[in-house]
Design a binder for this molecule. Structure first.
Ligand code: NAD
Length: 448
């Protein structure tokens, strides 16, 4: 099938490359010229395990190409994915200007035949009808409203950065929202091999569940899923804060409640709280939508507050241990918002850098990927080191911010010897407390 994906970020590039790997003819469009040139050469502008390999295979097979020319993309695709960013505005609502620009452009270039326009960007509830209107406006402005037909589908994305390729081939479900049976049939055909688990790593004979809904419900499913996960993390963090006071260990408590099949063990790790490009913006957007429709989303507001508290808590723990932070050197182990990605959007490390520098501390950091990438150049108030031992050198405390697997096996005894004071705030409850104490650290966890 001929596919066009507009916007080649974490979602668009992975979607385009995986569909091309599955044999579809995919043209990816982005308005960032430098990015398009890089991708044409088979390189991925983002760190995502397995992505460069499938990009290169698909390019070599002639199934994947990149362009800045949206007209070429729209003419090529029977299915047109909108996968541009929807970042948060200061008041919490989504900034939908990129979706708007793309929808109008699609309308301007929709000249003939039938196309399915798919919203993969996370967009406020009601955006499916809004995109339809913008496409029609774009068509009318260019006098081509009589020649082409289209339908809108909402197909929200649930991939996890760091596991995006795996998640695309092994989804828990595929959600399709539309009022058009014809468009739903096209989407079923597009995803047929993924639904039948042809590329799945975990082989099972059961097809991937496809949830077909109306447009608004599909859009709501995306927000509700992210809001639920954010609430689950804030819940366990709140319990951890009570554990800290009463002398219980949140790791034991999480294990004890997570084994209950009604609860489940995922997203029950207490720590510095959630971050990244999605949870904060999607929870805020849902709060905003609720307010627009006369409802105050108290639980979601509390979830955001608890999350902010967790970030502040790490600084508080450093103050409780080191007292005055002015003139102290703090080393951050990890910068990315989670392991196996280079994404720094709303990363807890940024809050720590800002707060610690404001308090007069010198902040250093080491991250297995960000330390090697150009992203480090955009960071201020932090000295980015190239390995963990350089990081430890001269530090009064380390804070484990991102639970990168390589942080399990660092030579902590050697690192402790290089430090001025030996504090470790394990903001992910990731390290082995006894091993760290044996290495000479004063270990401080969250809720333990
Ligand atoms: P991103 O910021 O990484 O990428 C967006 C891309 O769109 C950029 O490459 C940008 O250059 C391009 N773009 C912007 N305007 C354009 C235009 N007019 N024409 C062509 N290209 C244009 O965003 P992302 O993280 O991939 O997220 C995309 C959407 O998917 C968002 O709505 C997000 O909420 C949602 N989502 C993201 C994730 C995730 O883990 N990142 C997961 C699920 C859903």
């Amino acid at each position: 099938m001929k596919v066009c994906v507009i916007g080649t970020g974490y979602v668009g590039l992975v979607t385009g490359a995986c569909l091309a790997h599955a044999g579809h003819d995919v043209v990816c469009v982005d308005n960032n010229e430098a990015k398009v040139q890089l991708m044409k050469s088979g390189q991925s502008p983002i760190h995502e395990p397995g992505l460069p390999e499938i990009m290169q295979q698909a390019i070599a097979a002639g199934h994947l190409s990149f362009t800045t020319d949206i007209m070429a993309g729209v003419e090529h695709g029977e299915v047109l994915f909108i996968a541009v960013g929807t970042p948060p505005l200061p008041d919490g609502q989504s900034d939908t200007r990129y979706v708007e620009a793309v929808a109008r452009s699609i309308g301007a270039h929709l000249k003939h035949g039938y196309k399915v326009i798919v919203n993969k960007s996370t967009v406020p509830i009601g955006s499916g009808d809004w995109v339809r209107m913008l496409v029609l406006d774009g068509m009318a402005e260019h006098g081509n409203h009589k020649q082409a037909e289209f339908d809108i589908v909402s197909n929200p994305e649930f991939l996890r950065e760091g596991n995006a390729v795996y998640d695309t081939f092994n989804p828990d479900r595929i959600v399709l929202g539309s009022s058009s049976d014809r468009a739903i049939k096209v989407m079923h055909a597009l995803y047929a091999d993924i639904i039948n688990r042809k590329y799945a790593t975990d082989k099972t004979s059961t097809p991937v569940p496809v949830v077909v809904t109306d447009l608004n419900s599909a859009e709501m499913i995306k927000y509700a899923a992210n809001a639920f996960l954010a609430v689950k993390i804030s819940f366990v963090n709140e319990v951890a804060n009570v554990c800290d006071r009463v002398g219980a260990d949140i790791k034991e408590v999480s294990r004890g409640i997570g084994l209950d099949s009604r609860i489940g063990s995922k997203f029950l790790q207490a720590g510095i709280g959630w971050g990244g490009s999605c949870f904060g913006k999607d929870v805020s957007a849902l709060i905003h939508t609720a307010t627009d429709y006369g409802y105050t989303a108290e639980l979601l507001k509390a979830c955001v507050q608890v999350n902010q508290h967790q970030r502040n808590l790490v600084v508080l723990k450093l103050q409780q241990t080191l007292k005055i932070l002015k003139g102290k050197t703090i080393g951050l182990l990890g910068l990315a918002f989670k392991p196996d990605t280079d994404d720094m959007r709303d990363a807890p490390s940024l809050t720590l850098i800002e707060q610690l520098s404001r308090l007069g501390a010198k902040v250093k950091a080491y991250d297995p990927i960000v330390s090697q990438s150009g992203i480090r150049d955009a960071l201020s108030n932090v000295i980015v080191e190239t390995d963990a031992e350089r990081l430890a050198d001269g530090c009064d405390a380390l804070v484990l911010v991102t639970d990168w697997e390589e942080f399990r096996t660092l030579d902590y005894a050697k690192m402790a010897k290089l430090m001025t004071n030996h504090v470790m705030v394990d903001a992910r409850n990731f390290c082995d407390r006894e091993a760290l104490e044996a290495a000479g650290f004063n270990y401080v966890g969250i809720g333990r």
